[in-house]
Ligand binder design. Structure first.
Ligand code: ADP
Ligand code: MG
Length: 304
């Protein structure tokens, strides 16, 4: 549904996006992850036809964006990084204002569509003017705006950044609903955990280049080749004795606790060792590498 071929954008000779090749299937929720300045917004701006590539192309539903931007705009919705509304109007008035740009909708259709959308983004019962909205509410209204034309493909640039946990959850729920309806969703973020909660596939961009691509599990697996295990152990009363084992790479001692990085799961060894020393164990567990770790590792590898 979404495809880029050697997509490149240079600003003053410096490449913000460098030969990017992406392929996103219909009804996927794709998470486009990368640290600030990686090239996420630039990529999205090219995909939605707001800026022109320096090289390569974007294809949406078999339509080349730069050649036929108007046709593409009919089937896409876009929530920019910083969405703006008229503060002295209500949500309904704002949406009606934007809906008028779609010549295909008459007043009745507009009204019906706006009602549906405000329901979807949980703003139906809000009568206050948009100027008084929280960031979460503004983002949800932005999402409603992006959906006015009932698009097949929705681009969201950091929709959950700076939202409180409830705001994040509401956006997430709405995206899941849209995905269930078969929409294709392209979601950018610099926070892995947010993408991991909703996205089916993810791509990681660093310095304008795609450095990882696949399902979350695939990416984790790929990075797990040099797998290490993090073991957290805490004694009941005594200070943690020094633990030695051939597979241990590193240990951090903090009073009764130790955080062990090892080449294998040596929990059996640790429990026997402490048991033989008559030391009670309060906690002994493996800490799964968090998605943030996977992400950082990936970016780090890509940056080298
Ligand atoms: P992200 O959205 O991942 O944070 P951006 O796409 O906004 O990253 O930016 C990628 C790089 O391109 C950054 O180094 C940024 O400074 C540069 N850049 C973005 N827009 C412009 C512009 N209009 N003019 C010059 N440089 C830009
Ligand atoms: Mg950005």
């Amino acid at each position: 549904m979404i495809k880029t071929e050697n997509l490149t954008k240079a600003y003053n000779g410096k490449k913000a996006v460098d030969s990017l090749n992406l392929e996103i299937a219909e009804s996927d929720i794709f998470g486009f992850l990368g640290p600030n300045g990686a090239g996420k917004s630039t990529t999205i701006l090219m995909l939605v036809g707001l800026i022109e590539p320096t090289g390569g192309k974007c294809i949406i539903n078999d339509i080349e964006v730069a050649r036929n931007p108007l046709k593409v705009k009919e089937i896409i919705g876009y929530l920019p990084e910083n969405v703006g509304f008229y503060g002295n109007m209500t949500a309904e008035q704002n949406l009606d204002y934007f809906a008028r740009f779609y010549a295909t909708m008459d007043a009745n259709e507009r009204e019906k569509r706006i009602e549906e959308l405000l329901e979807l983004v949980q703003l139906a019962s809000v009568s206050q003017k948009v100027g008084g909205y929280s960031r979460g509410m503004t983002q949800r209204l932005g999402l409603a705006q992006a959906l006015l034309n009932n698009p097949e493909v929705i681009f969201l640039d950091e929709p959950t950044t700076n939202l409180d946990p409830e705001g994040v959850l509401q956006i997430r729920q709405t995206l899941k609903k849209l995905s269930d309806e078969g929409k294709t969703i392209f979601f950018s973020s610099h926070i892995l955990a947010e993408v991991a909660q909703v996205c089916k596939t993810i791509g990681i961009i660093s310095n304008g280049t795609l450095i990882e691509r696949g399902t979350l599990e695939e990416i984790k697996r790929k990075l797990d080749v040099r797998k290490t295990v993090k073991i957290i152990v805490e004694t009941l009363n005594e200070d943690m004795p020094k633990i030695e084992h051939g597979d241990i790479i590193d240990v951090e001692y903090e009073g009764r606790r130790a955080i062990i990085e090892a080449k294998s799961d040596i929990r059996d060894y640790i429990s026997r060792y402490l048991f033989e020393d008559n030391i009670g164990i309060k906690e002994l567990r493996i800490e799964e590498s968090t998605l943030e770790d996977v992400f950082m590792e990936s970016v780090y590898k890509g940056g080298k």
